[in-house]
Ligand binder design. Structure first.
Ligand code: PEP
Length: 248
């Protein structure tokens, strides 16, 4: 058995209203959810308080982004302190949509991760290669470069869950095969061993994201270095419960 608790995050992205969130909360309450899985849902910032107040307490709530400083003249941004003040403990940072739609570079994401950890949040940093990187055999090079950028700002690995999300698999219905995902997860764990230490490599959850569904989650969950999932589209549907229970 893995020493790492299975972890399933949902990423609602820019979807839902209060009525839709009520629906999600209802199927989450019905479950039943495996007690062996840690569950967190990432919700739009304007619904953080609403979701925290209505979602069962054993389910963590994440913001989908936040800025790299505590407060100030940064119109439109929110800080980790505000996320905490809304009763939430988590933030997703560096999602591929933040990187590729909003142009967030590695250095900014790294600074955001650093500040969120300093402010006491738990963080889900996301990394992953584009299709052209994979086709050019540069997957390892790309994800290692993303890790190298994050490293100087990670002060506490016990509050980090690393998400590997190949960009070509996000929202496309194309999933990495269990073998493809396992290969990158094993490479990332080796990178942690080489660049941080063995203890961090063994204890850090590395979760897979990219078109995870009720149909493919069990095969992916069998792989030794896949410690859970980050789920987009399927996190809005009752299928999310099956994904939470993928490892039983
Ligand atoms: C995501 O948003 O992180 C994601 C993996 O989306 P999807 O599951 O829809 O591919």
């Amino acid at each position: 058995a893995s020493p790492r608790k299975f972890f399933v995050g949902g990423n609602w992205k820019m979807n839902g209203d209060k009525a839709a969130i009520d629906g999600i909360i209802s199927f989450m309450k019905t479950g039943p959810l495996s007690p062996n899985t840690e569950v967190v849902v990432g919700c739009p910032q304007c619904y953080l308080m609403y979701t925290r107040e209505h979602m069962p307490a054993n389910i963590g709530i994440a913001a989908q982004n936040c800025y790299k400083v505590a407060k100030g003249a940064f119109t439109g941004e929110i800080s980790p302190a505000m996320v905490k003040d809304c009763g939430c403990e988590w933030v997703i940072l560096g999602h591929s949509e933040r990187r590729n739609v909003f142009g967030e570079p590695d250095q900014l994401i790294s600074e955001k991760v650093g500040h969120a950890l300093e402010a006491g949040l738990k963080v889900i940093p996301c990394i992953g290669e584009k299709l052209e990187d994979r086709e050019g055999n540069r997957t390892q090079e790309v994800v290692f470069a993303q890790m190298k950028a994050l490293l100087p700002n990670i002060s506490d690995w016990s509050r980090v869950v690393l998400a590997y999300e190949p960009v070509w698999a996000i929202g496309t219905g194309k999933t990495a095969s269990p073998e493809q995902a396992q290969e990158v997860h094993a490479d990332l764990r080796q990178w942690l061993r080489d660049n941080v230490n063995a203890e961090v490599a063994e204890s850090t959850r590395i979760i897979y994201g990219g078109s995870v569904s009720a149909g493919n989650c069990q095969e992916l969950a069998k792989k030794g270095d896949i410690d859970g999932f980050l789920v987009g589209g399927a996190a809005l549907k009752p299928d999310f419960v099956q994904i939470i229970n993928a490892r039983g």
